[in-house]
Design a protein around this ligand. Structure first.
Ligand code: 0O2
Length: 220
């Protein structure tokens, strides 16, 4: 058999496959990046409206990300689901994510309610880890929203996870994520207890800050 011929037919086929997969990945990223832009703009407008009408900015800062392919595949594996782009789009709610960091706890609920009221947004799922904190002390309001994205030839409903928390909650979650969250089992009870103690102190501080804010508002 002429080996050079066998190679020359196989390589273009593999290249074609890789090209197709890369194109699919690019299109998936495009869809989720568009959803992030859309929801971030909504949040920016709400923050701006607060500033103009009520002279305060409820949002301190926002962070957004599209989940990395490794992390997507890891999550599908942990959930026992098929590891493919199609399965990720069907089964995962947090490929696109926005974290909204607010000054006070009351602002979290105000921002969440204003988003949920918008006609083009559908609330798919909500987890209130502020009213019901996780046993490790994690607090945050999570919402999975679905929003239509208008492309040149079709409209696509896209899910995005919005996590809303205070500066204090974000401080704790960011450090806990680095120290503990994903390494999990290997950590001792002593470390767990210390992190939980810090979460309790932070909750107490958030509550005091909220009551100071109410006092200041009354004075004004
Ligand atoms: P990463 O790296 O931050 O993206 P479900 O959507 O219901 O199938 P899921 O995704 O576990 O299940 O939902 P949940 O409970 O709403 O948590 C999703 C995200 O919240 C996590 O994403 C973290 O960002 C954050 N989170 C949840 N629990 C903790 C915690 O104990 N500590 C910290 N620091 N963050 C937490 P990922 O994909 O796990 O990770």
């Amino acid at each position: 058999m002429d080996k050079s011929k066998a190679v020359s037919t196989k390589v273009p086929f593999i290249e074609e496959n890789i090209k197709e997969e890369m194109q699919e990945m690019q299109e998936t990223l495009m869809v989720y990046r568009a959803a992030i832009k859309e929801v971030s703009t909504k949040l920016d407008i709400l923050d701006y409206e607060f500033k103009v009408r009520r002279q305060r900015n409820p949002i301190e800062y926002m962070k957004s990300r599209v989940k990395l392919p490794d992390s997507i595949m890891g999550k599908l594996r942990r959930k026992g689901l098929e590891e493919s782009i199609e399965s990720a789009r069907k089964n995962l709610n947090d490929i696109a994510g926005i974290r909204v960091v607010c000054s006070f706890v009351s602002y979290i609920y105000e921002i969440a309610d204003m988003l949920k009221k918008q006609d083009d947004i559908t609330l798919i799922k909500e987890k209130d880890y502020i009213k019901n904190p996780k046993p490790n002390g994690y607090r945050s309001l999570h919402m999975v929203l679905e929003i239509p994205i208008f492309f040149s030839d079709h409209v696509e409903p896209v899910r995005i996870e919005v996590q809303i928390r205070t500066i204090a909650m974000d401080f704790w979650a960011s450090l806990e994520h680095k120290l503990y969250y994903k390494s999990g089992e290997g950590n001792s009870i002593h470390i767990k207890n210390q992190l939980k103690e810090c979460a309790d102190i932070i909750t107490e501080t958030d509550m005091r800050m909220q009551s100071i804010q109410r006092e200041v508002e009354k004075l004004n």
